[in-house]
Design a protein. Structure first.
Length: 255
């Protein structure tokens, strides 16, 4: 999102008076996008997570009706990517700095008068921090911030759904569909990170039992999943599903 795209919805493109008027609309929602800059295998750009966030935001803005009060705050582009240390192209900030940035953004949006805020996070490495942080903020301040889910149901095989967590079929397909000039499909590979894991419940993310890891521990190329199965056609389909899902979530946020 930039100053010319979605001008009526992008917070930095609004005047102080416009923001004041927007915050007085009781149903107004502000989205805070959070992405990342980090390696994404040999075939995708390092800004993949942040680019996916931008792609989804464009779809959301196009799908909303003119009278719906949804605004987009400036993105947090560099976040907690320390698990990708050792690969070129990874920028990161410490988890405490990310937490303070998010906390500060949310507090100021609330001071402006925006009571309904949702986070659009497209970097899996941020999720554990965000979940605990938002719970803490709610307990301490009463501010309720919603964490949107940008990952729709797909036709990916079960192994890919569980272990394709980085630069695999899903992310590659989205970028092939919307930013093919930045991609190198001929370099795509498959790296199955479950080969060395003991037991079905042990996984790097979103599992009953997780463990501390770096990308180098799990993948020599940085890919985690099967990028060779990605296509632009899948990317267009899954993008539309994600946008539909996100628009439904936004419209369902409690007043």
């Amino acid at each position: 999102m930039n100053f010319s795209e979605g001008r009526k919805r992008y917070v930095p493109a609004l005047s102080e008076a416009q923001l004041r008027a927007a915050s007085k609309q009781g149903d107004a929602v502000v989205l805070l996008p959070i992405g990342a800059i980090e390696q994404h295998g040999p075939h995708l750009p390092v800004g993949t997570d942040s680019l996916i966030g931008e792609i989804l935001l464009r779809g959301i803005v196009e799908a909303l009706k003119a009278e719906e009060s949804m605004f987009v705050a400036p993105s947090i582009v560099v976040s907690k990517s320390n698990e990708h240390t050792g690969f070129s192209g990874t920028l990161m900030i410490h988890r405490t700095l990310l937490a303070e940035r998010v906390r500060s953004h949310l507090a100021q949006l609330e001071r402006w008068g925006f009571c309904r805020v949702a986070i659009l996070n497209t970097h899996g490495g941020n999720l554990p921090l965000l979940r605990s942080l938002l719970r803490e903020i709610q307990i301490q301040t009463g501010q309720v911030v919603h964490l949107l889910n940008p990952f729709p149901a797909t036709e990916m095989e079960e192994r890919e759904q569980q272990f394709g967590i980085h630069g695999g079929e899903y992310e590659s397909s989205i970028l092939y569909a919307h930013a093919p000039e930045l991609c190198h499909p001929e370099r795509a590979d498959a790296q199955w990170i479950d080969a060395g894991l003991e037991g079905p419940d042990l996984r790097p993310e979103a599992a009953p039992a997780t463990f501390a890891w770096t990308a180098r521990d799990l993948s020599s190329s940085g890919t985690m999943g099967d990028a060779t199965r990605a296509t632009a056609e899948k990317g267009r389909l899954w993008t539309q599903r994600a946008v539909d899902q996100l628009v439904t979530e936004i419209r369902s946020l409690p007043l």
